[in-house]
Each structure stands twice: as structure tokens, then as C-alpha cells.
Write a protein that binds this ligand. Structure first.
Ligand SMILES: Cc1cc2nc3c(=O)[nH]c(=O)nc-3n(C[C@H](O)[C@H](O)[C@H](O)COP(=O)(O)OP(=O)(O)OC[C@H]3O[C@@H](n4cnc5c(N)ncnc54)[C@H](O)[C@@H]3O)c2cc1C
Ligand SMILES: *[C@@H]1O[C@H](CO)[C@@H](O)[C@H](O)[C@H]1NC(C)=O
Length: 501
């Protein structure tokens, strides 16, 4: 394909998501004279707006979908090419797009993101949510639904289950507690009442204990019913092209066919065994499989805990797989176990002059003890930004060191309408049994968890308006020995900032 090159750019970035767009912005402002191309499949790009640095490592921002012309106006030497990359030849440094054009690059950055892991391929009753289009499809289907089954336990499932109104939700999670990607069982128990009711609860007495949690029985179920009339009303109809940002469901009314009540049933520690249509179920030799009212639902799901449920459709929210296929054929990329393109501490893949950032890549440098990769907006932005700087440094032959943002994992988000801050090894990741937890919990108000290892703070979960994030971030970064403070560390009557100023 090398001899068909229409044009060779100094930099080519593939993917108009947060990682790709941030990389383009960084490169364009550092080397404005460079001839640069952004190749992206969709008509819109995702831009970071209202960026705010909250503390040393915590950041907050909005994500907006914009027409790509906004970028081109800002950066005159940028060309946006609207087509998908079909193949890559790293040897000749060229790419071919699905509309048959071939482009050369001096340096390439792959920011192709991920696509939803689906339970099954091509089942019209199974929906994955990835972008604005799929969220709108979900909303449309939901408006006619009486019961849906949500499978998955990450952030998307968590938000979805909380936001859906007027439709029974059966939520199948493979773990012992909800939100396993972000929380432990204690935090899950703190959040669960939010699924039950809306009536403001009086703050219970402040409780501070060493860590104990009761977990639901293996394969057990929990059911909550809530009168949603008290909840805030939906925020109005969807506008075309609305952003699928951290608040992706905002502005999308997630309402089912039934009015008034919400019912969420939880099925713990199970996965989907099989999906049937009602016809297939009737023909099934396993009589025991048959739930009541066979035939009244379009689709049935058998879970690994032996239960079978009928529903209108299934939402598969079981995570994403890195979008690497178009780039692999004929090349020698080292792939990580999770399918991502391996990148080193300069965001370089194993192929010369090829970088990768965001959901498509897997960070394979030796991580700081307080950092881990999670496929989130924050890291897509940080990686895109740092990759832009690395690419610029390399062409300018300047040295560059791993950015400070990779020192400490930090993430701000909202779950069930609570502010949530996650810091460091917030779930004791990779620590084995070598850690201790301090918990402070005020029902309906806040949940504070600190992870200590060798007397030093290595992680924290802050739910609610705790105002502790900066102090804890500092304690994690400076690795001060906290042994002598013991449980006083979380004593709400002591202003802990006084200790450490
Ligand atoms: C429903 C949903 C809700 C989420 N909510 C949150 C949240 O609340 N907070 C949070 O932190 N994270 C959230 N995430 C995760 C977050 O969206 C991702 O981590 C982030 O978007 C990754 O950015 P990216 O730029 O790497 O990839 P993406 O945003 O996926 O962008 C990939 C881009 O590459 C393009 N592309 C793909 N293949 C090709 C190709 N072959 N040729 C050309 N272009 C191509 C695509 O069109 C797209 O523009 C959510 C994800 C989903 C699906
Ligand atoms: C675009 O590139 C040309 C030369 O390559 C340069 O002269 C010009 O200043 C650049 N434009 C901007 C806005 O930087």
C-alpha cells in the first residue's frame, strides 16, 4: 500500500475519543507547524470541557461531543479525515481507510478505544451501551419494557440500575457485592439503601469500626422496591448528539413502560448461562428450567445460579475489549492479557513510531505502587495528553519523564447521586492480605475507607461530601507513618488537617 500514499503527515492520530482528541490538542499546541491528521470513524469528536484541577492529581471535567470542525478551526494545520482505519502497515508507515485512501505517517498514535464485550453476538434482545447511539437505542427500547435484566457490575451497570424508572430490573452481578470494580462489600452496603427509597434518612450516629462486613449468602438474592415519585424528575428529552460523558444518562429519560415504582432484584455471584427465546424455552428438554408464564416474555435468561427469568431485553454491561483488530494484521504488536496494545513508559507500542493511548492500550511499564490502570475518562485524557508530549519530545529530541499523574490513581465520579472519590489502592489491589482498613460510616451521608499498609496510607474510598480528598491524597503521596494515630485518623471530631499541616 506504500506506493498508493495520498499524503504523508508528520503525525497521524487514530480515534476521535478523549484520548485521541487530547493528543491532537497537545501536539498541535506544542508543534503548531506540524502537519497533523486525525482519522476517526464517526462524524463527531469528544472534547474535554470545563477542565478543573481539583488537587495535585484529582481532576474534574465534562465531556462534550462536538463537530470536528471545531478542532480544525482551532488548529489550521490539522486535517480531520472521517473514515475508519481498515489496515496498518507499520513497515511502510502507512494506513488504509475503509473508503480506500492511503495515508503515510512519521509518527502514529492509536486511540481506537474499546467496544462493549457482548454476552452473545447478534442477539437482537441483547444490548450493549457504548456511545450516544446505543444509549438512545436503549432508551427507546426501555420505554416499552416492563422488565429488563442488567448483567455486569462496573460503573455503567451501577448507574443504569439506579437511573431506570418504571421498569422492573433484575441485576445479575458475578461478585458478592455490587460495584465490585470500584467498591468493597462495605461501600456496597452503604449504597444499597439508595436503591430502596428516597425518603431522606436521618443521619445515624457516627460509627467508626475496624472492618467487618456481612456479605449476602452465596448465590443469594436481595429485592428492593421504591416509590420513585419522590425522586427528582427526569431532565427532559434527549437532544440529538448529546454527549455520552461521565453523566451519560443525564438528559436521557430512562423510563420503562410502567409508571411510579421501581423494583430492583439482585442476583449475586452468578453469570449468564444461556439466553433463550420463548420458543426455544418451550422446546427445552429441561422441564425444571421453565419459569412461570412461559411465552409471555420475548427472551429468557438462565443464570448460573439455576434461576431463569423472562424479560423484554438484556443489557450487557460487562466491560469493554480494546479495539485493536484493524491494526494487528501483518504487524507485530505485543498484546497484554486483556487484549490491549502494550505500551511502555513513553506510550510506545512494540512497533517503531507507533504510540497508543486510552482504552485501546495497556500500561506495561512498572507502575508506581499507588497507581493502576482503569479504563476511565480521566486516564484517557491523561494518556492522550502525555502521549502528545512524548511524541513531540521524541521528534524534538528532548528528554521526557513519566508524568506525575501516573504516580497516584485518582478518580472522581458520582454513584447513586453521591460524590465518590477513589485514591490509590482503594480496594487493596495487589496487596494480598497485607493491609488494614479503617472505616467511618454515617448511614445515608458518608462512607470513608482508608487502606493502610505497614502503617502508611495506600488508598482510600470517599463517598459523600467528606472534604478529605486533599489531605488523604497528601498522606498517600508522602507515605508518612501513621501508626501512632491509630483509629484517631478517622475521628470526626478531630480536624485531621491540623495534624499534618
Ligand atoms: C456507557 C459508558 C459510560 C461510561 N461512563 C464513564 C464515566 O462515568 N466515567 C469514566 O471515567 N469513564 C466512563 N466510561 C469509560 C470511558 O468512556 C472510556 O474510558 C473513554 O471514553 C476512553 O476514551 P478513548 O479515547 O480511549 O476511547 P473512545 O472514547 O472509545 O474513542 C475511540 C475513538 O476511536 C474511533 N475509532 C475506533 N476504531 C477506529 C478505526 N478503526 N478507525 C478510526 N477510528 C476509530 C471511534 O470512532 C472513537 O472516536 C464509560 C463508558 C461507557 C461505554
Ligand atoms: C502551519 O504550518 C506552517 C508551516 O508548516 C506554519 O508556517 C504556520 O505558522 C502553521 N500555522 C499555525 C497556526 O501555527
Amino acid at each position: 500500500m506504500a506506493d498508493r500514499k495520498e499524503k504523508t503527515f508528520r503525525f497521524v492520530i487514530v480515534g476521535g475519543g478523549i484520548a485521541g482528541v487530547t493528543c491532537v490538542e497537545q501536539l498541535s499546541s506544542q508543534i503548531p507547524s506540524a502537519d497533523l491528521a486525525l482519522i476517526t470513524a464517526g462524524p463527531h469528536i469528544k472534547a474535554v470541557t470545563n477542565y478543573k484541577q481539583v488537587s495535585k492529581t484529582l481532576e474534574e471535567f465534562d465531556v462534550e461531543e462536538q463537530p470536528s470542525s471545531v478542532l480544525e478551526e482551532k488548529f489550521p494545520n490539522l486535517t480531520v479525515i472521517h473514515s475508519a482505519v481498515k489496515s496498518l502497515d507499520t513497515q511502510s508507515h502507512s494506513l488504509e481507510t475503509t473508503d480506500g485512501r492511503v495515508f503515510g505517517y512519521e509518527k502514529l498514535c492509536i486511540c481506537g478505544g474499546g467496544r462493549p464485550k457482548l454476552l452473545t453476538q447478534d442477539n437482537p434482545y441483547v444490548l450493549g451501551i457504548r456511545d450516544t447511539d446505543s444509549a438512545q437505542e436503549f432508551q427507546k427500547r426501555l420505554s416499552k419494557a416492563k422488565r429488563i435484566i442488567v448483567v455486569g457490575n462496573g460503573g455503567i451497570a451501577l448507574e443504569l440500575v439506579y437511573e431506570v424508572d418504571g421498569c422492573e430490573v433484575i441485576w445479575a452481578v458475578k461478585d458478592k457485592a455490587i460495584g465490585n470494580t470500584f467498591f468493597d462489600a462495605g461501600a456496597a452496603q452503604f449504597l444499597i439503601p439508595s436503591l430502596e427509597a428516597d425518603k431522606p434518612e436521618r443521619a445515624a450516629l457516627c460509627k467508626r469500626t475496624r472492618y467487618t462486613t456481612e456479605e449476602p449468602a452465596p448465590g443469594g438474592s436481595q429485592t428492593f422496591t421504591a416509590d420513585r415519585n419522590a425522586r427528582r424528575q427526569g431532565t427532559g428529552p434527549t437532544e440529538a448528539g448529546s454527549a455520552l460523558g461521565p453523566d451519560w444518562h443525564e438528559g436521557i429519560v430512562l423510563r420503562g413502560a410502567e409508571q411510579g415504582t421501581r423494583r430492583v432484584s439482585l442476583e449475586y455471584q452468578c453469570e449468564v448461562e444461556q439466553i433463550f427465546t420463548s420458543e426455544e424455552l418451550l422446546k427445552s428438554p429441561q422441564q425444571t428450567l421453565r419459569p412461570e408464564n412461559v411465552g409471555s416474555w420475548p427472551v429468557y435468561v438462565q443464570l448460573t445460579n439455576g434461576k431463569t427469568f423472562g424479560c423484554d431485553f438484556v443489557v450487557s454491561a460487562t466491560g469493554v475489549v480494546p479495539n485493536t483488530e484493524p491494526f494487528l494484521h501483518g504487524n507485530n504488536f505485543a498484546l497484554a492479557d486483556d487484549g490491549g496494545l502494550q505500551v511502555d513508559d513513553h506510550m510506545m507500542t512494540s512497533e517503531p513510531d507507533v504510540y497508543a493511548a486510552g482504552d485501546v492500550c495497556t500500561a506495561c511499564w512498572e507502575h508506581s505502587p499507588m497507581w493502576q490502570q482503569m479504563r476511565l475518562w480521566t486516564q484517557a485524557r491523561q494518556m492522550g495528553w502525555y502521549t502528545g508530549r512524548c511524541m513531540a519530545a521524541h521528534v524534538l529530541s528532548e528528554p521526557i519523564e513519566l508524568d506525575f499523574c501516573f504516580e497516584l490513581f485518582s478518580h472522581i465520579t458520582k454513584f447513586f447521586n453521591y460524590k465518590v472519590v477513589l485514591l490509590g489502592k482503594f480496594n487493596g489491589q495487589g496487596l494480598g492480605l497485607d493491609y488494614e482498613l479503617l472505616i467511618r460510616c454515617t448511614k445515608g451521608q458518608e462512607y470513608v475507607k482508608v487502606v493502610l499498609s505497614g502503617g502508611r496510607m495506600v488508598g482510600a474510598v470517599l463517598i459523600g461530601d467528606t472534604d478529605l480528598e486533599e489531605t488523604f491524597e497528601n498522606l498517600i503521596l508522602n507515605q508518612m507513618d501513621l501508626t501512632r494515630y491509630g483509629e484517631e485518623l478517622l475521628n470526626p471530631n478531630i480536624d485531621i488537617e491540623d495534624y499534618f499541616d
